[in-house]
Design a protein around this ligand. Structure first.
Ligand code: ADP
Ligand code: MG
Length: 251
């Protein structure tokens, strides 16, 4: 098996209406890497994550997850290995209680009741939400919903975590808690986000998507110092990097 855990080789994807959301995208992500996926709205970030989660198939090119090529026959296997946390937790939580939501995936895997209980408890404990287990998801705060949505994915014990804008719509405290939580995970992780401070904090590597193409793929520090690239892709370096650049230009 390749040491590249996530592997896209010249992937293009056209939505049924004919819009090409990904064009000739190639990248390799190694086991254990934490990588950021950045780009303006509409750049293709969510479309790319949906491929890696086994929810879309490339129109052309190859996507390989954990050594398994994405085809109609392997979709189910890949969905079990990969956990996708959706941008909006309301799309992930639909049961009457938190614990039923977290148990939903494991129950579909025909696990024993003891194993399901172990996974629910461990996943909720991992996100600091054990005390919420009997609550109704729709009564939770935005930050609590995000934590529980992450727990529903952890309960599947995936080997790779994909997160679509995990800090969007969170207040500063919930945002900080989510970042601290993600820092503690040792999964292979791909984070689609506009939160550049989080990228700087968590991801040594950044892939920049622009109009469905890879505009850059490099060390995060290198990407954030390339103001021409960021401008061309409609992005801004985090405040902390901008202030360092300003000091350098004054000296
Ligand atoms: N179901 C769909 N049908 C047609 N076009 C879509 C669909 N979903 C997304 N798109 C288009 O594909 C492009 C990429 O979208 P998306 O992957 O959601 O970008 P991002 O997550 O970077 O904002 C956008 O132009 C979007 O309008
Ligand atoms: Mg998106």
């Amino acid at each position: 098996m390749s040491h590249h855990y996530l592997h896209f080789e010249r992937v293009s994807y056209r939505y049924p209406n004919g819009y090409e959301a990904l064009h000739d995208v190639t990248f390799h992500i190694t086991h254990g890497e934490k990588t950021a996926l950045v780009g303006m709205n509409g750049a293709g970030k969510s479309t790319l994550l949906l491929h890696l989660a086994g929810l879309l198939l490339p129109t052309s090119g190859e996507a390989i997850v954990g050594g398994i090529r994405l085809t109609p026959r392997t979709l189910a296997t890949i969905r079990r290995a990969v956990g996708l946390v959706f941008q909006n937790p309301d799309n992930q939580l639909f049961m009457p209680t938190v614990e039923e939501d977290v148990a939903f995936g494991p129950a579909n895997m025909q696990l024993t009741p003891e194993e399901i209980e172990r996974r629910v408890t461990e996943a909720l404990a991992a996100v600091g939400a054990l005390h919420l287990r009997r609550q109704a998801p729709y009564h939770l705060s935005g930050g609590q919903k995000r934590s529980v949505a992450i727990a529903t994915v952890l309960a599947m014990e995936p080997s790779v975590l994909l997160l679509d804008e995990p800090t969007s719509n969170l207040d500063p405290r919930a945002r900080r808690q989510t970042i601290d939580l993600l820092r503690g995970f040792d999964h292979t992780m791909l984070l689609a986000t506009h939160d550049m401070e989080m990228v700087l904090d968590l991801c040594p590597r950044t892939i920049v998507l622009h109009d469905g193409r890879i505009a850059a793929d490099d060390a995060t520090a290198v990407i954030f110092r390339d103001s021409a690239l960021l401008d061309a892709c409609g992005l801004e370096a985090p405040c902390s990097v901008r202030s360092i650049r300003k000091e350098e230009s004054i000296e």
